[in-house]
Design a protein around this ligand. Structure first.
Ligand code: BG6
Length: 608
C-alpha cells in the first residue's frame, strides 16, 4: 500500500522526506513524489518507478529548498503508475498539495461534482478529489477547510496536506489507514508507519480514526472529528527498523495473514453499494453474458487454487460450464475456446509468464477476457478486456496469503453478480450471499482468533515428512492451497487429495506415520468426509480435522480439530484457509525455515 511522510522543522525538508520514503519502500510502490513549501510557494517533483529516480531528479533533495513538506510512495489502485497519477496532487491554483494512502470510495461522484464546478482533473486517481475539495472549501481557515473536505469523503484515508498560505504548517488526517505523528525537538513529523520516524525520533502520537492534527516545528495540535482540541499521550517506539517494517510481526507472511481482514474489506466494500454488487471495470452486460457458453479460469500456483474454488462457485450459481486450468497446461493444449468463452485470468503480480501466455493464446482464439489482479497496470491487467483489482496492497512474502483470499472474494462477488445478471439467482439467495460476502472480513478475523493454539499444534507435527490434505468439493479446492502453503515454506512433502479418490490407490500410502488433514467444512458432504476419516484412521493415520464451529460431531472422529467460523456453504473457503495458512507458517517456523523467502521460489515467475 502507499506510504506517506511529512516534515516541518529547521532542516531542509526534501532530504528528510526522501529518506523517510526510502524507509517505506518495503511497503511496495510504483511511483513517488514530494512537495515542499518555501517562501509561500509549493514546489512538487514526482517520478514513476523507483524512488532513486526522484533522488536523482532532485539531487538528493538539495534542488528543492524549504523546511516544510510532504512525500508519497504510491501503490497504484486507481490509475496506472504514471507521473501524472503520482502524489502529491496539486490544486488548480497551486495553493494546496495532498498525499493520500487508502481508497476514496465515493471519488467518482465527487469528481463529477467538482468537474461541473470547473475544477480541472489531471490524474485518474481517487485522491485528486481531495485537493480540489480543499480548494473549494478554503476561505483562509485551513482547519475548517480540512474538516469540510473530510466530511465529504467515504472510504479509507491517511492524508497529508500542505498549504502555501500556511508556511511551516502541515495537516495530517487519519481514517482507517495507518498514520503516526513523530514528536521531535523543534521539528515534527508524520508517517504511515514508524519505520520512517525512528531515524529521527522514537516519541510518537498514535492518531485514532477521525482525528486530525496540525503540525508546526514546535507544536502538534490534535483535534477530534468535531474539531475540538484533544490531548494525546506520547508513546515510545521500541521496535528496530526491521521489526517496524513487519509491523512488529516476525515475518511478512504472518503480517500478511493478519492483514487479511483489512485486505478483504478493501477489496469487497467498494463493490457493494446499498446491498447491490457493483463491479466497476467489468465490461460485459447481461446480453453479452447470455452468449457465454463456457467459463475457463486460468492461473498458476495459489492463484490457480483460488480459481479452483471459483469454478465450483461459478458453476453452481451461474449454471455455465466452468473449469479451472493450469496456465502452463492451457497454453499448449490447443483448447476449444471461442468468442462464447469467458476467460478469467488470475494473477497477484500480473507478470507470470505462463499466465500471460495462456491469456494471449485464448485471446487469439476469440475469448472474452477478465483479469483478477493485484498490481495495477501490470501486463495481465493491460492485456485483458476487463480488470477487477484485488486491493490487498503489496504482498512481500513469496508465499501468498492475502493475495489468494482476496482473489477468492472477487470470484465470489463475480459469480453472484453474473448469476444475478442472468436471472439465475432469486432475490432472497442473492441478498443472503451478498450479506455473507460483506461479513467475510469479520469471519476471517474470527478464524484468526479461534486458532490461537495453531502454533502448539504445529509443534506436535512439524517433524512429519509427509502429510495428506483431503477434502471434497470446495474443501478439496482449499486442500490444494493448504498443501502448497506447507510445501512452499516448510519443505515438507504433502499432497492434496479428493477424499473420495483416496481409496483408488493412494490410501496404500496411509499408515501410522501419516498425518491426514481432513477438511470437513462442506456440510453437504460432511458424512462422506467422515467416512473417509474412518478409512484413514483404520489404517493408523493421525487425523487433524477442520470443521465448522457448530459441527461438534467431528470431535468424536478426529484426533485434533481446528475450528472454522460459520458462513454460507459457498463462502467457507476464505475462513477455512486461515488456520491452514497459520499451520503451515508455524510448522515452517518450528523447522527454522526462511519463511518470507523460501529456497528456489520467486514471488512472480516471469520466465517459462
Ligand atoms: C509463484 C508464487 O511463483 O507464482 C505463488 O510463489 C503464486 O505464490 C504463483 O501463486 C502465481 O503468481 P501470480 O503473481 O501470477 O499470482
Amino acid at each position: 500500500m502507499c506510504g506517506i511522510v511529512g516534515f516541518t522543522g529547521p532542516q531542509q525538508a526534501a532530504p528528510v522526506l526522501l529518506e523517510g520514503l526510502k524507509r517505506l519502500e518495503y511497503r511496495g510502490y510504483d511511483s513517488a513524489g514530494i512537495a515542499v513549501e518555501s517562501g509561500g510557494k509549493i514546489r512538487t517533483e514526482k517520478c514513476s518507478g523507483y524512488l532513486e529516480n526522484l533522488v536523482k531528479m532532485t539531487d538528493g533533495g538539495k534542488a528543492i529548498p524549504g523546511n516544510c513538506g510532504i512525500g508519497h510512495t504510491r501503490w497504484a489502485t486507481h490509475g496506472a503508475p504514471t507521473v501524472t497519477n503520482a502524489h502529491p496532487h496539486i490544486s488548480n491554483d497551486g495553493h494546496f498539495a495532498v498525499v493520500h494512502n487508502g481508497i476514496i470510495e465515493n471519488y467518482a461522484q465527487l469528481r463529477e461534482e467538482l468537474t461541473a464546478k470547473g475544477f480541472i482533473f489531471y490524474s485518474e486517481t481517487d485522491t485528486e478529489v481531495v485537493v480540489h475539495l480543499l480548494d473549494m472549501y478554503y476561505t483562509g481557515d485551513l482547519k475548517r477547510a480540512v474538516m469540510k473536505t473530510v466530511a465529504r469523503l467515504e472510504g479509507s484515508y491517511a492524508l497529508g496536506v500542505l498549504c502555501d498560505e500556511k508556511p511551516g504548517e502541515l495537516i495530517a488526517v487519519k481514517n482507517a489507514s495507518p498514520l503516526i505523528l513523530g514528536v521531535g525537538a523543534g521539528e515534527n513529523f508524520f508517517a504511515s508507519d514508524v519505520t520512517a520516524l525512528i531515524g529521527h525520533t522514537r516519541t510518537v502520537i498514535y492518531l485514532e480514526d477521525g482525528e486530525f492534527a496540525s503540525l508546526t516545528p514546535d507544536k502538534i495540535t490534535v483535534y477530534d472529528p468535531a474539531g475540538r482540541e484533544i490531548s494525546k499521550p506520547l508513546s515510545q517506539v521500541m521496535w528496530n527498523t526491521e521489526a517496524a517494517e513487519k509491523g512488529g510481526y516476525e515475518h511478512f507472511m504472518l503480517k500478511e495473514i493478519m492483514e487479511q481482514p483489512r485486505a478483504l474489506k478493501a477489496t469487497i466494500e467498494p463493490r457493494v453499494k446499498n446491498g447491490e454488487i457493483v463491479l466497476e471495470g467489468f465490461q460485459f452486460g447481461s446480453d453479452q453474458l447470455k452468449e457465454i457458453n463456457q467459463i475457463v479460469i486460468t492461473a498458476c500456483g495459489s492463484a490457480y487454487h483460488a480459481g479452483y474454488v471459483g469454478r465450483y462457485i461459478m458453476e453452481e450459481l451461474c449454471r455455465i460450464p466452468t473449469r479451472a486450468e493450469l496456465a502452463s497446461e492451457l497454453r499448449y493444449s490447443k483448447p476449444i475456446i471461442d468468442e462464447r468463452t469467458l476467460l478469467i485470468v488470475i494473477s497477484q503480480s500480473g507478470e507470470t509468464a505462463d499466465t500471460i501466455a495462456a491469456l494471449k493464446e485464448c485471446k487469439s482464439l476469440g475469448a472474452r477476457t477478465l483479469a483478477i489482479v493485484n498490481v495495477v497496470g501490470s501486463t495481465v491487467a493491460k492485456l485483458a478486456d476487463s480488470v477487477l483489482y484485488t486491493w490487498a496492497g503489496p504482498e512481500i512474502a513469496v508465499a501468498t496469503t492475502k493475495g489468494y483470499t482476496t482473489q477468492i472474494a472477487v470470484l465470489e462477488l463475480l459469480a453472484v453478480y453474473i448469476a444475478r445478471q442472468l436471472g439465475r439467482l432469486e432475490d432472497k439467495r442473492y441478498k443472503q450471499l451478498v450479506r455473507g460476502i460483506c461479513a467475510l472480513p469479520e469471519r476471517c478475523q474470527r478464524a484468526i482468533d479461534l486458532n490461537r493454539r495453531v502454533e502448539k499444534l504445529a509443534g506436535k507435527h512439524y517433524k512429519k515428512t509427509s502429510l495428506f490434505y483431503i477434502g471434497r468439493n470446495l474443501d478439496y479446492a482449499v486442500a490444494m492451497e493448504a498443501s502448497l502453503k506447507l510445501k512452499e515454506i516448510s519443505y515438507a512433502h504433502s499432497e492434496a487429495y479428493a477424499a473420495g479418490e483416496l481409496k483408488h490407490g493412494t490410501i496404500a500410502l496411509i499408515d501410522e506415520n501419516q498425518l491426514v488433514v481432513a477438511l470437513a467444512c462442506y456440510n453437504a458432504l460432511f458424512d462422506k468426509l467422515v467416512s473417509n476419516v474412518k478409512e484413514v484412521k483404520a489404517r493408523g493415520a493421525q487425523v487433524l480435522a477442520l470443521a465448522r464451529e457448530s459441527q461438534r460431531r467431528i470431535f468424536a472422529e478426529a484426533d485434533q480439530v481446528l475450528l472454522v467460523p460459520e458462513t454460507d456453504e459457498l463462502l467457507m473457503p476464505i475462513p477455512e484457509i486461515v488456520p491452514l495458512q497459520l499451520f503451515a507458517y508455524y510448522v515452517a517456523k518450528a523447522k527454522g525455515c526462511d519463511i518470507d523467502k523460501p529456497k528456489n521460489l520467486a514471488k512472480s515467475v516471469t520466465v517459462e
